[in-house]
Design a protein around this ligand. Sequence first.
Ligand code: ATP
Ligand SMILES: Cc1cn([C@H]2C[C@H](O)[C@@H](COP(=O)(O)O)O2)c(=O)[nH]c1=O
Length: 667
Amino acid sequence: MRNAPDHSLAAVLRIRDFRNLWIGLGLSSLGDWMGLLALTAMANASAESYAGKNYAIATVLFLRVLPALVMGPIAGYVADKLDRRRTLIWGDYLRGALFVTIPIVGQLWWIFVVTVLVEAVSLVWGPAKDATVPNLVPRHRLEAANQISLATTYGSALPAAAVFAGLTLVDKFYRHVFDGFIGGPVDLALYFNAVSFIVSGFVITRLKHIPSGPASVDPESSALKVVLDGWKYVATTPVVRGLVIGIVGAFAAGGVVIGLARTFVSDLGGGDSGYGVLFGTVFAGLGLGMWRGPRLLQGLSRRRLFGIALTLTGLLLFPLALVQQLPVVVGITAVLGFFAGVGWITGNTMLGLEVPDEVRGRTFAFVGSMIRLALALVLAVSPLLAGLIGTHTLGPLDEFGHPYLVYNGAAFTFLIAAVLMTAVGVASYRQMVDRNGPSLMTELRHSFTGSAGVYSATGCFVAFEGGEGAGKSTQSQRLREWLEADGYDVVLTREPGATEVGAKLRTIVLDPATGDISPRTEALLYAADKAEHVDRVVAPALARGAVVVTDRYVDSTLAYQGAGRALVDREVERIARWATDDLRPNLTVLLDLPPQQGLTRFVERDRIEAESVDFHERVRDGFVHLAGNAPEHYLVVDARRPVDEIAEEIRHRLRPLLDHAVRRADA
Ligand SMILES: Nc1ncnc2c1ncn2[C@@H]1O[C@H](COP(=O)(O)OP(=O)(O)OP(=O)(O)O)[C@@H](O)[C@H]1O
Ligand SMILES: Cc1cn([C@H]2C[C@H](O)[C@@H](COP(=O)(O)O)O2)c(=O)[nH]c1=O
């Protein structure tokens, strides 16, 4: 049996070794975020002027990404060369020890040195951890394990911010009692941070299944080759290009917010705890977006969701830049973080799904390097820009002599980021959305009512539906002749019974000798015929670019077994969609006819045709209802009209949908 991906988070956390690694990852990520908060707060306190504070923070943030720029592409290679177990344990101990030295030395230059050293260790620690996960969990749980790891890495920013804000308050409270004993909330945060790294290292010592020794390294994969292959693949693949533009753009926008958050909070009258709250809010939103976002909008294609999430992130930067009240800013930040989180998890998942296995590792390495490059640039440039713009007051003074509006460099830089990010979102959306796919409105509607389905990107899939004797065979035959005359590769098929197994199933379901069978059995027999039909006939023909014309498809089961037999619609639909891999026709022609008329067009009756008129009325209503739900994929025709007229109307409707269908070589 094929091992399908299992997304149960609980199941993957029941694996003891993975659970321990996850605890270690959570603690070291907590330490990492606390370190960032503490160091930026320290840099902020180290200068007096507005510009000076911005420059000090910019230096810390820039130094944090600098090692990645230099070592990024080869960090994975180095991690593979070292003993993985030792790398993980000693990497944590070393980072813990480095953080302890900051309050002891107490100098700005030492903060800069530690920033670089800690980041260099993290660069090797991260790939060692990523490479360890597949050793601890089975393949089918790998996706869930990655989701948890990602959520923990970014989600731990929230408790880090809460602890940091808490320490600020505790420090204010106890300042009188322990005056001079501890050097303020930042020192407290640094000690806490060091302890979290050391505990993490200790937890990892208890892992049994991390293989000792270096991994086997492909001697071909030099750093230069990694970079060049990544460039080439991304540059020549539009979807991946759109993805990379989007992901890098999102990180750049996030970098602007993080880089300017401290001075922005000061501009709005907040202090360290306000900074902690804002920082935590971004990451709470991010975490929520990664966790719930894609599930909330399941019907939207990932590509579309990605573009929309990025564009909304950019648009939300506008109010963020314009509003001057801290509580409102915190609210906007939460929503902004949510959409950035949706974009990040969707983009990450798509990279995994859309990039072929053989170039995936290199593409991830390339994307990682580009993200770091973008982060380094914005982290360095945005605070400098904010510092250069400086502080401006607009409008008259109020009755207390305060300016009506203060507009500072941080807010103005947010505005520039808003314009750039929105442009990146729109560009990415345009690169990735299939113009021949369903419209945005259809996808949005389906995201609240169910899946949007899969539409073949090659060939053209046409289904004829309707009650008994409505003229499906007549019209599908006519259509085949017209398409063939025009040179198309055409496959005319039907349900049930187009395959060897299907023919046997057809006999069972339609032979009056079968007698009464349970409605569920009937639904499953039809579903089995569909599964075989799609797998053997429909999908292969579409893949080669043919026009597939089928006499009945999924709508028949929704109408006959769902509406007719009064099974629960959603259950019948789930089975039929599963059987067909949710493949949907580009066009469904519904030939609508009152059952009394259709049933008089022939004499002999099969098991289903022999049902009551009431049953056939329900079936007819079922068909009409389905067409009404997605009119853009249907052509509803009054089947009482003359055969020629109907045929012409069908041809007229189908013509624009034949773009992806191929003509025969002999045509
Ligand atoms: N527009 C029409 N007007 C009058 N008669 C028609 C029309 N279309 C088809 N017919 C006739 O109705 C009968 C049934 O047509 P056809 O076999 O195409 O229907 P069908 O929908 O495929 O039926 P079923 O699904 O029950 O097999 C045939 O004798 C056909 O010639
Ligand atoms: C595909 C499908 C069909 N049916 C019913 C509808 C008809 O009564 C017969 C098929 O006969 P046809 O006239 O040759 O089209 O089967 C159904 O109940 N459920 C289905 O999914």
